[in-house]
Ligand binder design. Structure first.
Ligand code: TRP
Length: 331
């Protein structure tokens, strides 16, 4: 590719329209990484099959997520590859080969696996156990050198590194051991001010929301619970609205903080201001999104092009892998 400092790979399950938590925690960072790395971003629809409740929405959620990512600045014209995992089926072949190099105990001991077993005790399927192996296949199929990870994926990345070492020890230096790039943004809470923002809890604000929808959601946000009357001084350090103001109203945050502590500004006014700034921040995004959505095939075409470019890399790597593990050549 180019003179950039390495190749980034990241994947996310198709969850449809993105919310502020997705944006601040991942998407924004994916956009920025394009400055320094060759980037490959993957919508991991096969991973989503491990939790069956989501599968009816896979197409719609893939489309909506890709649309949000592209509108947010993930830019194939800058060389970035954006594609859908299942469009490059070589990943399942590598997954199978890597699974032979994976001790089962490594998988069943992972806290993420144990958590899933607690969440869906009636659906502890074979694919769920292999979830991290598929993730390792994603990363290694494209010889990624860097993977941006939050705390929740740190164990999975460590697992990838271990499989790579084991594989390379056995079969020769074929796969690349990726480095973790820690990119934690302070946890984004939902409008309830208590739980992590998430679509399933319906406490989220979509980045594609209209200014009216933003206003409506923001007005429902929980602020400092101890501030009951307008005349009570507020505590910005425990207020979820303020924590987001710091990002979306950066140049006004200091003043808001002082006025809140002095009870010079009330929560209603503070939220109105926040809603306005949030709507302004995403105005260019909404415009780009509407332009892309005006031609519905456009997103699928971009994804098809991404799959084609990803396939070129995957095909070369799989040829090396097959040879390294000793599979007989096909003539
Ligand atoms: N396991 C990740 C998650 O649940 C998604 C994922 C799949 C991923 N493949 C990946 C992340 C490769 C980084 C790199 O969020």
């Amino acid at each position: 590719m180019s003179e950039k400092t390495g190749r980034v790979f990241s994947g996310a399950r198709p969850t449809g329209r993105q919310h502020l938590g997705n944006y601040l925690g991942a998407v924004r960072n994916y956009v920025d990484l394009q400055d320094d790395y060759d980037c490959i971003y993957c919508i991991v629809d096969i991973h989503a099959l491990t939790t069956l409740s989501e599968t009816g929405k896979l197409r719609e959620w893939t489309y909506e997520m890709a649309l949000d990512w592209l509108a947010a600045g993930i830019d194939p014209e800058r060389g970035t590859i954006l594609f859908v995992q299942s469009h490059v089926p070589q990943v399942t072949e590598l997954h199978t080969i890597l699974s032979m190099a994976t001790p089962l105990g490594w998988l069943t001991r992972l806290p993420t696996f144990k958590e899933k077993v607690r969440q869906q005790p009636d659906n502890v399927n074979y694919g769920l156990v292999g979830y991290p192996v598929l993730m390792a296949a994603d990363i290694t199929l494209y010889k990624a050198t860097v993977v941006p990870v939050g705390v929740d994926q740190a164990a999975h990345l460590e697992f990838t590194r271990e499989i790579v070492r084991r594989f390379n020890n056995h079969f020769g230096e074929v796969l690349i051991e990726p480095q973790a790039k820690h990119t934690d943004f302070p946890k984004v809470l939902g409008i309830d001010g208590e739980q992590k923002m998430s679509k399933s809890l319906d406490n989220h604000i979509e980045i594609a929301a209209t200014p009216e929808e933003i206003q409506q959601r923001v007005m429902q946000m929980v602020t400092d619970p101890q501030r009951q009357y307008r005349s009570d001084p507020g505590r910005p350090e425990v207020c979820n609205v303020f924590s987001l103001q710091k990002f979306f109203s950066a140049d006004q945050a200091e003043r808001i903080e002082q006025e809140c502590r002095a009870a010079d500004i009330g929560c209603v006014d503070c939220k109105r201001l926040f809603a306005r700034n949030l709507a302004d921040y995403f105005a260019p995004f909404r415009e780009r999104r509407a332009a892309l959505a005006a031609e519905p095939d456009r997103v699928w075409e971009i994804l098809a092009d991404g799959a084609q470019r990803a396939t070129a890399i995957a095909t070369a790597v799989m040829a090396e892998v097959r040879e390294a593990v000793g599979l007989p050549p096909r003539r």
